[in-house]
Structure formats: structure tokens, C-alpha cells
Design a protein around this ligand. Structure first.
Ligand SMILES: Nc1ncnc2c1ncn2[C@@H]1O[C@H](COP(=O)(O)OP(=O)(O)O)[C@@H](O)[C@H]1O
Ligand SMILES: [Mg+2]
Length: 268
């Protein structure tokens, strides 16, 4: 148990995180109550960065799991592995987090099947325990352990959603792309461009975000704006940078690409 190196999961340097609202205080209070937290918002709007920042601020280890539909309960909890000496139990990431008192971040949790997601239930109520049935151990979570999940409501469908019995174990926090001035600040900082360039990139993104549901599944994320800015900072001309970072990844539809390129041309 104590042979797990807790320090490897600590975030050593302060991650850059520009707070948008009162989310730092809200999360801090939720963590103090060891309340499970659900972060909702579109891709690339700062959810993962926020969790990294909070883990650093709270000085707690962070274990992130990228969820997918092939993931099984054993992938989270652990399994017996065969080696030359016979079988050996190996903890999964959720179990490691519960043992060492980490923040366990289940990224894009709706991607996981519902029969996988239910393994977190006993950890997310007053029990705070994890039955390792195959191993015959009932693990009591470390006092510092907390679960955080993220999901993108845009991809929600009847087939892919959390059960109410899962949802209602979490406090929820809405995330979205920040206001113009804040997003400009983030793009300036992360992308290494001047304020004017950053602001134009943000304005292009805002146009694309208005096309969500009108030919686009999602608008340009803050992450893509940072990519565009990083290319510009490397000396790439703004047109090519926007094409590579903002237009090409977003859609294959030629008409929609023309529309997005026209938005780029308006500003650069
Ligand atoms: N509030 C913020 N403060 C600092 N950086 C941010 C913020 N929001 C977004 N970013 C930038 O956007 C990128 C993508 O954010 P990320 O947290 O990975 O998105 P998500 O997890 O929501 O998909 C980050 O790497 C960071 O550069
Ligand atoms: Mg993320």
C-alpha cells in the first residue's frame, strides 16, 4: 500500500489558470467537504487546467483517467495479473487514488459505459469505500480522496448520459469559453502573441461559436486559439496559422470551411 509513490502524482509547479468567476472558492469549499464534483462544459474551455490548478493549490496528488467506451470496471479498480511467480493484484487508477488520497479526475466520463461508472458509487456517498471484490478487500478511502468528473453536455444523448443515480452524487460546476477580455488574456499568455492578435483570434472563435448547431457541432475552443497563437508566435503568417489551428480541425464540410475562412479574412 505504502509502496505507491504518492509524490509522482503531485503537481510541482503552479499551472497557469486564469480564474473566470468564483470557481476556485467553490471548488475549495467542495473539496473541504470532500464533495464529488462534476465539471460541465465544451471541449477545450479550461476544465482540465482548472483541476490541475486546484490539485496544485490544495497540494494533493492528481490521478487523471481518460474515459472511453471500452473501459471496464477492472480498468478503474484493478485486476490480477499473471507473472512468473503466479498471479499478482494490480490496483487500477481509482484504487490507487483512494489509497493515497488523490483527487481522481475521470475525464469525459459519459464515454464510459454505465456499468463501469457505477463502481464509483460507494466512493461517492457517506461510505467512501471501494469493494475490491476479486481481491477480497474492502478499501476505505483515504481522508484526502476526492472524485472529479468532466463531461461535455454538447455530446449528450439518450444513449450516452449519466444515470440520475450517478449524477445526483455530485456538485456541478458549469464551464464555458471565457468573456472576450479574459479569453484574450489567456491566449496572450499561453500563445505568446500580442494582445491585438489574441483579441482577433477570440473574435474569430466567437463567430464560429455562433455556428454551433448551424452546421458545426462545436465552435473553436480556447485550446485551438492557443494553438493558432503559438503558430503565429513561431513566425507563421496569421492566415496559415488560423487555417491549421482553427479551420481544418473543426470541419470537413467545404462550405463551412469557406464560412470559417471568411471569418478569418475579416480579421486578418
Ligand atoms: N481559465 C483558463 N486559464 C488558463 N488557461 C486556460 C483557461 N481556459 C482555457 N485555457 C487554455 O486552454 C487549453 C485547453 O484547456 P483544457 O483545460 O485542456 O480544456 P478542457 O479540459 O475543458 O477540454 C489549456 O491548455 C489552456 O492553455
Ligand atoms: Mg480536458
Amino acid at each position: 500500500m505504502s509502496d505507491i509513490d504518492r509524490d509522482q502524482y503531485l503537481i510541482k509547479e503552479e499551472p497557469y489558470y486564469r480564474s473566470v468567476h468564483n470557481e476556485v472558492e467553490m471548488y475549495q469549499a467542495a473539496y473541504d467537504a470532500r464533495m464529488p464534483v462534476m465539471l460541465k462544459g465544451p471541449t477545450g474551455c479550461g476544465k482540465s487546467r482548472f483541476v490541475e490548478y486546484m490539485a496544485w493549490k490544495l497540494q494533493k496528488p492528481l490521478i487523471t483517467v481518460a474515459c472511453n467506451e471500452d473501459m471496464t470496471a477492472s480498468d478503474l479498480v484493478g485486476r490480477f495479473l499473471l507473472d512468473i511467480n503466479g498471479t499478482k493484484w494490480q490496483d487500477g487508477p481509482l484504487t490507487v487514488a483512494a489509497r493515497i488520497g488523490a483527487i481522481c479526475y475521470l475525464d469525459e466520463v459519459v464515454e464510459a459505459r454505465q456499468d463501469t461508472t457505477v463502481v464509483i458509487h460507494p466512493l461517492t456517498d457517506h461510505r467512501r469505500e471501494l469493494p475490491l471484490e476479486k481481491k477480497g478487500e474492502l478499501l476505505k478511502a483515504h481522508a484526502d480522496f476526492q472524485i472529479v468528473i468532466s463531461y461535455n453536455p454538447g455530446y449528450q444523448s439518450l444513449m450516452k448520459d449519466l444515470k440520475q443515480s450517478t449524477k445526483q452524487r455530485f456538485g456541478g460546476m458549469d464551464f464555458d469559453y471565457p468573456a472576450t477580455d479574459v479569453e484574450t488574456e489567456i491566449v496572450t499568455h499561453e500563445g505568446g502573441v500580442d494582445k491585438e492578435t489574441a483579441e482577433k483570434l477570440v473574435q474569430i472563435a466567437q463567430r464560429s461559436r455562433n455556428l454551433k448547431g448551424h452546421g458545426l457541432d462545436e465552435g473553436m475552443s480556447t485550446r485551438l486559439l492557443v494553438y493558432a497563437a503559438q503558430l503565429v508566435a513561431k513566425g507563421i503568417d496569421t492566415q496559415s496559422a488560423c487555417q491549421m489551428a482553427l479551420v481544418t480541425p473543426l470541419t470537413d464540410d467545404p462550405d463551412m470551411r469557406d464560412t470559417l475562412s471568411a471569418a478569418v479574412n475579416t480579421y486578418f
